[in-house]
Ligand binder design. Structure first.
Ligand code: NAD
Length: 259
């Protein structure tokens, strides 16, 4: 269904972004990958997309830098002629109580988790408007809908992403473009695996207990979503069945925000 379409996924060298990039590629889209990592990891990510039989490119652009974002968007347009599906996924986390929260970390989280989506969106829209078709998918979080202590910048940025999602949808509503957010709860990624191991060791409790009572304490279904599931949701949002879904949020949080 995405044959002849071009997708750009920020922060797609690992985790959720890579899962979404692979799902879009499997649906036939050319893919522009972005993110940091060891050269061999980036090569493996690119090879994994190419194996699916679609063109793939990579940009190492830093999502905290507007100039770097502009270069990435320019590269995508020069190389592939369009960005039809834009997935704003790059994100970082920092956990500290407010009085101790580093102002530099605050600025970095707002820049990467929120402002980067503004920059990619403003640069992708003219092409989408010209074509009369586009899909923008913002990866927010359950923390776009509810708060948790010690995550001030992250929660503020993710709530901001939902605001940007609504305005983008309103401004493009008559132009064949949709903009939505996905709000995952906990998703199983290498980072989460490291947290399970770390907490099990430091608390001296079995990993099942860490998963149930520590990491997934807020998540009623007591299971992690997978990056493949997130990929499936993203592909759905690009589909014709989703043509009227815009300006809203799909929570994939196992009931977290139903509390
Ligand atoms: P991850 O750390 O596995 O991947 C993050 C990606 O962003 C990587 O490719 C990394 O290289 C890239 N990145 C980081 N800083 C960057 C920068 N300055 N410029 C360009 N790329 C940069 O994380 P993940 O768990 O896959 O998270 C992806 C998104 O999903 C984030 O926005 C995160 O907030 C959100 N999310 C994750 C979970 C979860 O449980 N894993 C839950 C809810 C929301």
């Amino acid at each position: 269904p995405l044959k002849d379409k071009v997708s750009l996924v920020t922060g797609s060298t690992s985790g959720i972004g890579l899962g979404i990039a692979r799902a879009l590629a499997a649906a036939g889209s050319a893919v522009v990958l972005n993110g940091f990592g060891k050269p061999e990891e980036i090569e493996a990510a690119q090879a994994g997309i190419a194996e699916l039989g679609v063109p793939v490119a990579y940009s190492g652009a830093d999502m905290s830098k507007p100039d770097s974002i502009a270069e990435m968007m320019e590269m995508a347009l020069t190389q592939f002629g369009a960005v039809d599906v834009l997935v704003n996924n790059a994100g970082i986390q920092h956990v500290a109580p407010l009085p101790e929260f580093s102002p530099a970390k605050w600025d970095a989280i707002i820049a990467i988790n929120l402002s980067s989506a503004f920059h990619t969106t403003r640069l992708a829209l003219p092409g989408m408007v010209q074509k009369g078709w586009g899909r923008i998918i913002n990866i927010a979080s359950a923390h776009g809908l509810v708060g948790s202590p010690f995550k001030s910048a992250y929660v503020a940025a993710k709530h901001g992403v939902l605001g940007l999602t609504k305005v983008t949808a309103l401004e493009t509503a008559e132009q064949g473009i949709t903009c939505n957010a996905i709000c995952p709860g906990y998703v199983y990624t290498p980072l989460v695996e490291a947290q399970i191991e770390g907490q099990a060791k430091s608390h001296g409790i079995p990993r099942e207990e860490v998963i149930r009572n520590v990491l997934l304490a807020q998540q009623p279904n007591k299971r992690f979503a997978t990056t493949d599931e997130l990929g499936g949701i993203a592909v759905f949002l690009t589909s014709e069945a989703a043509a009227s879904i815009t300006g809203t949020t799909i929570a994939a949080d196992g009931g977290w925000t139903a509390h």
